[in-house]
Design a protein around this ligand. Sequence first.
Ligand SMILES: Cc1ncc(COP(=O)(O)O)c(C=O)c1O
Length: 395
Amino acid sequence: MSISRNIAEAMERGSWIRRMFEEGIKLKALHGADNVFDFSLGNPDLPPPPEFQKVLEEEAAKDTPLIHCYMPNAGFPQTRQALADEYTKDTGIPFSQNQVIMTSGAGGAMNVVLKSILEPGDEVLVLAPFFVEYGFYITNHGGEMVVVQTDEHFMPDLALIEQHVTSRTRAIIINSPNNPTGVMYPEETLGDLAELLQNLSVSRGRTLYLISDEPYRQLVYGDRVYPSPFRFYDETIVVTSNSKDLSLAGERIGHIAISPKCAAHDQLSAACTFSNRVLGFVNANALMQRVVARLVGIHVDMSIYERRRNLISNGLRDMGFEFEEPQGAFYLFPKSPIKDDREFASFMNKYRVIIVPGSGFFRPGHFRISYAVPDITIERSLEHFAKAARELGLS
Ligand SMILES: Cc1ncc(COP(=O)(O)O)c(C=O)c1O
């Protein structure tokens, strides 16, 4: 075989999102793009906030010597300090720039962290349903993914987590607000999880890291406030990006933040800086680092995502679909009306609606809708969902 067997197998397992997206392309060729309702991709379609364009132009106009050159692998000190100040303000814990490493998106950040902490064969717990790339990222660095289901509201099931922890467990990944469910973990849940992880770290004599994947933390609805896990658990490492909050997914800018309360925060920071380099990222995009340093706390217009959430969730609820109301991000994860969610996804193609089966997120019996699509797509799709619901006898 001319390519690695592992990669060939991974490609074969592939991603349901990609498969459904490709199905969408076929349907669009047949029926025209306007007549296909594609909810498969989590690609933020809102423009970046207006401040972005202004700051980008100002930064691009600068001709300071060396600003397009390599910088320290962890990133520009002023960007890291701006983010550290925001963490300090948000958590009350004094962060410094030493605990912030600029990365190529949250995906890059996750790879850097896993490379830095995993020994061969170490296990990493992931809570299903989850962003399916985690599995690939973990095996990239010699780890083994251990899938733990969440409860019926997609909240961590502490007893189940405890059952899955072994002497090899190195970390647990959480993602709130969550892709694919849109749920956000409340303070109480984070507090209980922190207590469990703390006890397990002590009883096993090995630190269990909490890796919190937070690209949606600024995308929350209403007057909810995102509770930072830093406030609950000392051994927390955050990976995040501006892919969703500033709609900059293609620009590949993100960062890692390590709690200053982590026992080994200096070592972790040095290891992540080194891994960023040797994974070939070298450093995060220089121009974007300068831009996001000036946009800390700014995000896309959430009223648009909120309006879309209301459109899709009110519409589907009235037809008899069941789901948790999203509190953040831009995903809805209803129960599949047909037991086999993959069969339901094919069934919906008949109505020219593209959704992703829950099996693609390790939670069969559900399906994901990404409502990062124009309002008109949602509005026009509703009659197609309604026909499907009638055919299936939903009330
Ligand atoms: C939960 C989650 N984590 C990480 C990522 C990767 O984000 P980035 O574009 O910042 O690499 C995504 C992207 O969709 C995501 O949904």
